[in-house]
Design a protein around this ligand. Structure first.
Ligand code: FE2
Ligand code: FE2
Length: 189
């Protein structure tokens, strides 16, 4: 059972996004069991992670400003990065979700951050490696495979793939993602 405010926000989302959220929840619960993360926190965070994903780039910037969120210059260039922080701010305002692990998993799923706990890591990986994302980008199969063994290795693999992709497209990388990648490279040595 999800909180009523979450259910009503989910009802406004397009079906394709709801399908992605459902697949993310399924994989997130599986990874939570494999890695001993709190399954109900992971399930709730996965359900909420893309509540703001349907906003247009212009609306994401407007909504972030309305909510008094700090908007980094990279987020102005790539407003899609704001949908995690905006969804977390909505959840805080609605008041039905108080678990900071859930709020942080939603808030940081677009960039990751150093110091993620297991709930955050599971949601981050499940979002990136759910079956349709792997089907669309087969390079992500490695992320999915590594996730069974090590969430950190899966996250590092994803960041490697994402950064090469963004570089190839001439797009900026969020400094939080760069910091996380550097940190994981050090800790995996
Ligand atoms: Fe997302
Ligand atoms: Fe997502």
């Amino acid at each position: 059972m999800l909180p009523g405010s979450v259910e009503s926000r989910l009802r406004k989302l397009p079906q394709s996004l709801l399908d992605h959220i459902a697949r993310t929840r399924t994989l997130a619960r599986e990874l939570a069991r494999a890695h001993g993360a709190d399954e109900s926190a992971v399930n709730l965070a996965a359900a909420c992670h893309d509540l703001a994903r349907a906003l247009s780039p212009a609306d994401l910037v407007d909504e972030a400003e309305r909510l008094s969120l700090t908007v980094h210059s990279v987020e102005k260039q790539a407003p899609v990065l704001l949908h995690g922080p905006i969804a977390a701010a909505w959840l805080e305002a609605d008041g039905d979700v108080q678990d900071t692990r859930v709020l942080d998993a939603v808030r940081w799923h677009t960039t990751g951050r150093i110091g993620m706990d297991n709930v955050e890591k599971v949601v981050f990986v499940a979002d990136k490696a759910e079956p349709e994302k792997v089907r669309f980008n087969p390079a992500l199969a490695e992320v999915r495979d590594l996730a069974d063994e090590s969430l950190d290795k899966a996250i590092l693999s994803f960041l490697d793939i994402q950064m090469a992709d963004l570089q190839g497209k001439g797009q900026p990388v969020h400094p939080r993602a760069i910091e996380l990648r550097n940190h994981l490279m050090n800790s995996n040595q």
